[in-house]
Design a protein around this ligand. Structure first.
Ligand code: MCU
Length: 433
């Protein structure tokens, strides 16, 4: 297994073919068709979900596999992450479909178009492009929903902004049995997959189109994702479920985003699980069984943070609005940071809730520097990551009260290639161990 911070993209076609052939023999039948092996490198892991999971009032151990043993080497994280992915789809989000039969589209300096066909159905959507000054190609940050993202800083740091309206692929204000938007045009209006995963799928299909382009406008290497509030939930989901995303930046995401689900269920004033479940079809329909019993969840959000590891993650939280559950956000971030630590990538996660301005989705001066540093490090490959935990004193969670596991020292049992922008990297060895 290799960890790709700057993955080579030229071998996308080869990876598609290899992923498809691996899937024929080893993929969990419950998981549907495989993702592109670059989108998700666990396609060759065999995952058999248990019929039920033990009740656990604490955050589940990210390092204990479904067979009850713990991982001991970094190379085992790939297939442990595959387990977490399946469990999360199965209990929180609903399934993210694998690689569609066809994705086509175009990239220009002002617009990206995306046409997807799968299972005999088709849908299209688009996103606008806002380039920084200077000459490209530029890496890009996909901004979900426009709210709260500091696009001036993104651009002045050297990245393009891709404005993606998630409602084009998954609308709000629909009933769960009549979901609408490009995702549901293809997978059915009664699909049990929730909006967060539908939005995440939209982000992945935009990346497919960028990868297929000649890279003259938007670079085919270096992609970030961000969004605030409900779109912070979506940005977090997108980053966790597509390993081509080098930098994930959820802002004030609240319940369904970064905060630990077991945590918000107990945190004073935080949005209750049942309230978030019924406010919009953000969660998958399956989450209904857990809203009043989060201890039954086989995973929690610290493990979704862990799915992003070792890639760049900048979590921005607002501690001034109880509804946003920032204390539980710090618990999940601290828990997920244990995965980063175990993988030797602790500097790649930053959590920042120490901010003055209490308004929701405000542009905040405290975040300018970490945002700029993160873009430069993870999208442009210069400088160093902020690598800080700046937790507001009133919203500081206590991880040790939420876990009964300790973080293992994982061995390096095979060479890793960090940092991975090595032009000699051989594409053909990617999806296999
Ligand atoms: C934090 O995100 C949500 C929150 O979950 C909702 O309860 C509230 O209605 O809207 C927030 C939001 O998206 O604000 C823009």
């Amino acid at each position: 297994m290799r960890f790709h911070r700057y993955r080579p993209r030229l071998w996308g076609a080869a990876a598609f073919v290899v992923a498809a052939s691996l899937a024929a023999t080893t993929l969990n039948p419950q998981a549907g068709p495989p993702a592109n092996a670059a989108e998700y490198d666990g396609v060759d892991c065999v995952v058999s979900l248990p019929g039920s999971s033990p009740t656990n009032s604490m955050l589940p151990d990210p390092f204990t596999k479904l067979d009850g043993t713990r991982i001991s080497a970094k190379s085992e994280w790939e297939c442990r992450r595959a387990e977490i992915k399946e469990l999360a789809e199965d209990s929180i989000y609903g399934e993210k479909p694998g690689m569609p039969d066809s994705v086509t589209g175009s990239v220009s300096s002002s617009n990206i178009t995306v046409n997807v066909s799968d299972q005999g159905r088709s849908a299209s959507f688009s996103a606008s492009v806002d380039l920084p000054s200077g000459s490209g190609p530029f890496p890009a940050v996909i901004v979900l929903g426009g709210l709260g993202a500091d696009t001036d800083t993104i651009k002045s740091s050297g990245a393009a902004v891709i404005n993606f309206d998630p409602y084009e692929v998954g609308q709000e204000d629909t009933s769960r049995s009549n979901k609408q938007g490009a995702f549901y045009d293809i997978y059915g209006s009664s699909s049990s997959t929730g909006l967060l995963m539908a939005w995440s799928w939209g982000v992945s299909r935009i990346i497919d189109v960028i990868e297929q382009s000649n890279g003259s406008v938007i670079s085919t290497d270096g992609t970030g994702v961000t969004g605030c509030s409900r779109f912070g939930k979506g940005a977090f989901t997108a980053g966790a479920f597509d390993q081509r995303i080098d930098l994930t930046m959820p802002i004030e995401s609240g319940t369904g985003g970064v905060p630990a689900l077991r945590g918000v269920a107990q945190e004073d004033g935080a949005q209750p699980l049942s309230n978030a479940y019924s406010e919009q079809p953000w969660f998958g329909d399956v989450f209904n069984s857990y809203t009043s019993n989060p201890a039954a969840l086989p995973v929690d959000m610290h493990e979704i943070v862990g799915m992003v590891a070792p890639r760049g993650l900048l979590i921005m939280e607002n501690p001034h609005i109880d509804w946003l559950g920032a204390t539980s956000g710090s618990v999940a971030a601290l828990g997920g940071a244990e995965v980063y630590k175990a993988l030797g990538a602790q500097e790649n996660i930053t959590y920042w809730s120490d901010v003055q301005d209490g308004s929701h989705c405000a542009t905040r001066s405290e975040w300018t520097a970490p945002l700029q540093q993160s873009i430069q490090k993870f999208l442009l490959g210069t400088g160093s990551a902020p690598g800080e935990f700046r937790i507001a004193s009133g919203a500081s969670g206590n991880l040790s009260a939420w876990r009964n596991w300790q973080t293992p020292t994982l061995s390096d049992d095979e060479p890793t290639d960090e940092p991975t922008d090595d032009p000699t990297d051989d594409p053909t060895d990617e999806p296999t161990d």
